[in-house]
Design a protein around this ligand. Sequence first.
Ligand SMILES: NC(=O)C1=CN([C@@H]2O[C@H](COP(=O)(O)OP(=O)(O)OC[C@H]3O[C@@H](n4cnc5c(N)ncnc54)[C@H](OP(=O)(O)O)[C@@H]3O)[C@@H](O)[C@H]2O)C=CC1
Ligand SMILES: O=C1CO[C@H](CO)[C@@H](O)[C@@H]1O
Length: 359
Amino acid sequence: MVNSDGRPVIGLVGAGGISRAHMPGLLGLAGEICDFSQDGAEMLAREFSEGPVPVTLASSLDELLSRCDIVDVATPTPTHFEIVRAALEAGRDVICEKPMTRTSADAQALVDLAADKGLHLYPAHVVRYFPEYAALKDAVDAGRLGDLAVLRFVRSGAFPTTPWFADVEASGGIVMDQMIHDLDQARWIAGPIARVSAMSTRTVSDGNPVEAAHVILTHVGGAVTQCSGVWGPPHLEFTTEYSVAGTGGTLAHSSRAEKRYSAHLNSADPAPGAQQRADGFLPAVDPAEDPYALELCDYVSAIEGGPQPRVSAADGVEAVRIAEAALESIATGQPVELGGRLAEEPNGNLAAEKKDGLR
Ligand SMILES: NC(=O)C1=CN([C@@H]2O[C@H](COP(=O)(O)OP(=O)(O)OC[C@H]3O[C@@H](n4cnc5c(N)ncnc54)[C@H](OP(=O)(O)O)[C@@H]3O)[C@@H](O)[C@H]2O)C=CC1
Ligand SMILES: O=C1CO[C@H](CO)[C@@H](O)[C@@H]1O
């Protein structure tokens, strides 16, 4: 189905917030983008119809799967399992938004199916492509921080307004939906995790829900990570922070840092520059190094025979498994042992390896 330039037809499932963040990257990679969603696909197609790449509509998932080479799943979390399974059954390589599925058992089942079919499956852990996090990874891998001792990750934004996010059964709440980015960072930067302790709170203020969580991870290598997440009131700008200390030094990032002052008040007059930087739901992105475009390019290149991308399917399973452990710890009040065995198994790479073997 590739077009005359050899560019693939990419099927986008979904037309919500993250679909719009994917569109610039998809437009740079695809010969055609075919979108399917419940209601919003037409509006999304209209918004992005100016350029040379046709944005077309499918009237069902089956139609989309029959018309595309690669599927990009950007629907609510509880729909990921069935949509990804259908795409793999139809023989399509798949990119899927995080969390890969709501449970690690479902995520592992998809990894196994992809491996059986010799197909690629990539979970969209986009924070690995944000420059400040990629720089941290490079510094740690180069040994510039020495042996890691303590890591702290913080992520704050407005409580998401689309109703399914508020349903913990559906979304997994702040830990599975939002903090999963930093749980993945912690494992990527400081290695496998042996123990997870967590606590969370949800309250309502002036009719607005607010949810927050702290998760402590003990890494197999001995380092300790604290992840904190906030889904706050509607005026809260999206911000991120980390600070990492090792025997060789420290590294820190704050998305607020370049601002001379920051105010997050419930007022009609937001902090200067805030709207250009980030809304309450997604972080600010420099279009010159758009991490959503970088991740999509990495995955599509791998699907087309390039090197393994920065994220594997096994990474997606493991992120969900750590988030599940945190939810269990919140429910029981006890730490959860992950046993140090962790999924440092090559499952995520199997699909690609198998496929390469078939070429
Ligand atoms: N990596 C990141 O930084 C981010 C990741 N995410 C993740 O992306 C996913 C989607 O989030 P987001 O875009 O914010 O969600 P939204 O609720 O804004 O959008 C979801 C879209 O999926 C469509 N949809 C729902 N069910 C189906 C279905 N069964 N088949 C086809 N389309 C369907 C909706 O349809 P309709 O046309 O009716 O609107 C809507 O267009 C979630 O898993 C979330 O965790 C979200 C934000 C950022
Ligand atoms: O990074 C993100 C922004 O916030 C959203 C709401 O929690 C998340 O789904 C998303 O992954």
